[in-house]
Design a protein around this ligand. Structure first.
Ligand SMILES: [Mg+2]
Length: 259
């Protein structure tokens, strides 16, 4: 009896060891698919995993939301969850600002991205042109922004609180400077005022990635003795690179990816 039990456990151990080595357990999690998916993988990523992966900066360089995730993204954006997620970001940022020790010599500022950070284009993202990111953004993006932008409520509350705390606010967008009026109208329609400067992409910045463009602009601010106390944006390209900020806050955006 004792010998047969030993044989049983020895067999069990050798079998589990063999199966662990012979087949990568991570691969077993992958769902089968035929050929490459829209993300270029040989497996279909779960839609919630896609969204979390985007926010964590693990899923990168994607062009459109996988078509089979359209309804998932639609539900995420139009249910309460997206708003709650933005609120959580704003609350963290507020707590950070409220206890922030300003420098005695440097000028501590907050940097905000504009599109999908302070103002939302949910109607545009839901339109038949974009279909919740399963289609690329169209050329008429700025027309929509000018006419239909809406406020991101939690970000507006944070913005107003920061002004009250005395932080100078710099808006840094990769939009072309030819659209300056469009952005000002969109911001004002959404209720924003009191920013110190709206920095946009000039002709000399054409061809630069967003990371390079925004890094250079933040470095210019540093030369004027500004220190980025915090930086808020919906894209990782807003929040990475040089002088990215003592803290960064990522507003959730599972609809598009900007290099
Ligand atoms: Mg943005």
């Amino acid at each position: 009896m004792r010998l047969s039990l030993l044989f049983f456990f020895a067999t069990l151990l050798s079998t589990s060891h063999a199966s662990f080595n012979s087949d990568n357990p991570i691969r077993q999690l992958r769902r089968p698919s035929s050929g490459l998916t829209e993300l270029g993988y040989d497996y279909k990523i779960n839609c919630q995993s896609f969204r979390v992966g985007v926010e964590a900066n693990n899923v990168r360089d994607w062009s459109t939301v996988p078509s089979y995730c359209k309804n998932y993204i639609k539900t995420y954006l139009t249910s309460k969850q997206w708003g709650l997620d933005v609120e959580a970001v704003a609350n963290e940022a507020y707590e950070y600002a409220a206890t922030f020790q300003k420098d005695a010599f440097l000028k501590d500022i907050w940097v905000f991205d504009v599109e999908e950070t302070l103002v939302s284009n949910l109607n545009y993202l839901a339109s038949s042109t974009v279909q919740y990111g399963t289609q690329p953004l169209g050329l008429n993006y700025y027309e929509w922004l000018r006419a239909n932008s809406t406020v991101v409520p939690a970000m507006k509350e944070l913005y107003d609180a920061l002004l009250e705390m005395g932080f100078p606010i710099f808006l840094l967008s990769a939009a072309p400077s030819s659209e300056r009026e469009t952005l000002v109208i969109a911001l004002e329609d959404a209720g924003y005022s009191g920013w110190k400067k709206l920095i946009l992409r000039d002709e000399a910045d054409n061809g630069k990635s967003t990371v390079q463009f925004k890094s250079e602009k933040r470095q210019e601010l540093k030369h004027f003795h500004y220190r980025v106390a915090a930086n808020v944006g919906d894209q990782w390209s807003d929040l990475t690179g040089e002088e990215a900020g003592i803290r960064t806050f990522k507003v959730p955006n599972p609809v598009y990816y900007v290099l």
